[in-house]
Design a protein around this ligand. Sequence first.
Ligand code: AMP
Length: 346
Amino acid sequence: MTHRTLGILGTGQLGRMTALAAARLGARCVVLGPGGRESPAGQVAWDTIEADYMDEDALARLADLSDAVTYEFENVPAASVAFLEQRSVPVRPGARLLEVGQNRAAEKAFLNAIGIKTAPWRVVRAPADIPDGPGLLKTLRMGYDGKGQARMEGEPARALASVGGGPALWEGLVDFAAECSVIVARDVRGAVVTYGPARNTHAGGILASSEVPAGLDSATEGKALEMAMALAGAVDLVGVVGLELFVLPDGSLLANEIAPRPHNSGHWTIDACAVSQFENHARAALGLPVVELGRHSDAVMENLIGPEGMARVPALLSDPGACVHLYGKGETRPGRKMGHVTWLAR
Ligand code: AMP
């Protein structure tokens, strides 16, 4: 078998962990994005292209080097994916899922259209469009880790201005009992693998921890997995998708968000599963079969965020129960994901 080469748009930690997993399969990765060899993904990749995502010469080089291309974050311009597809290199998952994942209103409409319920939502253009009652406003684009969202408190005009004005997405506030997520991987032949659900906690809109098992009743867990599989089938997924869900007090589920890539709430799969979300992502993107080897340990993953997270590292490194992952980021900033630690139940 000759070397397979996977191109990755994006140079962050998700690309880094995908490249590490791809290496186990004998594949090599070329990453395109900011930071080049100094970036989290560039440090472990076979080759790096330091360029803007819209740089056509750089994209052409990536296409020439790669058997297939994937993206590690959802804000890659759709035009870049279209350009790569024109160069006859498969981009997995494709442009459709990227488009849906880039616009919160398109995402909700799509989920509802395939029968997956969400919180009530609407696109608001002016303060008068904002419904009464508890809710949140979110930017339509470029929102992640709780960025670009505001709780409706007091003045609608001020709330709308705080997310950059209309159009924005208004969403009813969900009084959830828990948050969970499922990771689903699907290959070119349609074989599907699921991970989770994991129970997630957030602090300031950023994922703080994920725990498996989630401790939900088995009917709820089954429904969560079914929703993720339905989503994967509906988009003809080739790759990995994370589906974030709210669990209501009666056990029913509402979708919050989809991420068309490996997901932070699936990092525990590196240490608690023989084949992680990243390996199945690399497998699917390269046209190889995904495999379900299950979870061999219960696990808790905690993100190491900002200076407080990094301050824990020396103690964690000498803790025999801690699987420490650091992303090689040069600068520690408040709120920045610097690494994570997974604790396996023994
Ligand atoms: P998001 O950026 O949409 O993933 O939201 C980040 C976090 O904000 C979620 O994981 C929830 O903890 C909270 N959140 C988002 N939307 C809602 C909602 N409609 N109701 C209650 N909490 C929410």
